[in-house]
Design a protein around this ligand. Structure first.
Ligand SMILES: [Zn+2]
Length: 123
């Protein structure tokens, strides 16, 4: 597994269409067909974790995503659709699931229990 991660740990991510180099040479391209893009850093990572952030609404995620897209030179109006795609992807996986991607194919690699899925001691 040749993972890469250049995002900031804990950073919100989204998915972008792969560039032509990966479409033509998926095994020897730049690797963006396997990547999730960091909203703030504009860097990429091959894994994303499903988390439950009660303080983050779809509206605030969309606002952050819009700002990130515009800062990275993409149309801000992509934000609502991309936010819905990410929410839909996360909604189909338990919290703590590590998701990987290959082009438009997303799948769970593993589920790592997080604080929000742990039972309190003694329960
Ligand atoms: Zn690429």
């Amino acid at each position: 597994m040749n993972d890469y991660s250049f995002t900031v740990p804990g950073e919100l991510v989204y998915v972008q269409d792969p560039c032509d180099c990966d479409r033509i040479e998926p095994l020897n391209g730049c690797g963006c067909s396997r990547g999730f893009a960091g909203v703030a850093s504009a860097r990429a990572t091959t894994t994303a974790k499903v988390v439950d952030l009660p303080e983050l609404s779809i509206e605030s995620y969309t606002v952050a995503l819009r700002a990130g897209l515009v800062a990275q030179g993409w149309p801000g109006e992509w934000a609502p659709g991309m936010a819905e795609l990410m929410l839909d992807m996360a909604a189909h996986s338990p919290i703590g699931t590590i998701i990987e991607r290959s082009f438009d194919d997303y799948r769970a690699r593993a589920t790592i229990p997080s604080e929000t899925t742990k039972r309190p001691p003694g329960s």
